[in-house]
Design a protein around this ligand. Structure first.
Ligand SMILES: Nc1ncnc2c1ncn2[C@@H]1O[C@H](COP(=O)(O)OP(=O)(O)O)[C@@H](O)[C@H]1O
Ligand SMILES: O=C(O)C1=C[C@@H](OP(=O)(O)O)[C@@H](O)[C@H](O)C1
Ligand SMILES: [Mg+2]
Length: 169
């Protein structure tokens, strides 16, 4: 059963796969608000790399869970951080939402995450290991998967919008 009062759609998937960027485009297409849970955490608690360095991953995951729980109640396009699905309560919540997964190849990851400040995916090998472990969760939770490796962001956003349209008929 879809929770019609809450998030319009939730975008999950690998770090760097384009969730935040495609979500922003999608929100424009739908003329809806965008909530990126990483941005919510940063606005309240400071940069993610600093939270990891000062307080550790568990502290970040707790703050992330708070942001996710709140975001899923809002009528918005919601983009999660790649590791948000590690939280069991979040996985239970996602079962009643429309969830899209974005993926990308390792070759694309090498280009997109170069020089990024993601503490758990500092290079393509770390990224690959993390995604291999999480992939079963991403697959289980999502109803649509889009490989963004070679796809412009605008097209990614359009594909999600078209899918949402087909769901509402
Ligand atoms: N479809 C795309 N084509 C090319 N570059 C992209 C695409 N989607 C995202 N990017 C780039 O990849 C990086 C990560 O995008 P982002 O939206 O932050 O991913 P995520 O939120 O999944 O970690 C950014 O530099 C962004 O400009
Ligand atoms: O995969 C992860 O564990 C993380 C992904 C990041 O978000 P994006 O997936 O938006 O890059 C951010 O939440 C944090 O660095 C941890
Ligand atoms: Mg993001």
């Amino acid at each position: 059963m879809i929770n019609d009062g809450g998030a319009i759609v939730v975008i999950i998937g690998a770090p760097g796969s384009g969730k935040t960027r495609a979500g922003k485009r999608l929100a424009k297409i739908l003329d809806a608000p965008l909530i990126d849970t990483d941005k919510v955490v940063v606005a309240s608690h400071g940069p993610i790399s600093e939270l990891f360095a000062e307080f550790g991953e568990e502290y970040f995951r707790e703050r992330e869970r708070e942001a996710v729980a709140d975001a899923l109640l809002q009528p918005a396009v919601v983009t999660l951080g790649g590791g948000a699905v590690l939280n069991l309560e979040t996985r239970v919540d996602l079962a009643s939402h429309r969830v899209v997964q974005l993926t990308m190849s390792k070759a694309t990851a090498r280009l997109r995450i170069a020089g990024s400040s993601r503490p758990l995916a500092k290079n393509a090998d770390e990224w690959e290991k993390l995604v291999r472990e999480r992939r079963p969760l991403y697959d289980e939770l999502s109803s649509l998967t889009i490989d963004t490796s070679l796809m412009p962001m605008e097209k990614v956003a359009r594909e999600i919008a078209d899918w949402l349209g087909s769901q509402q008929q």
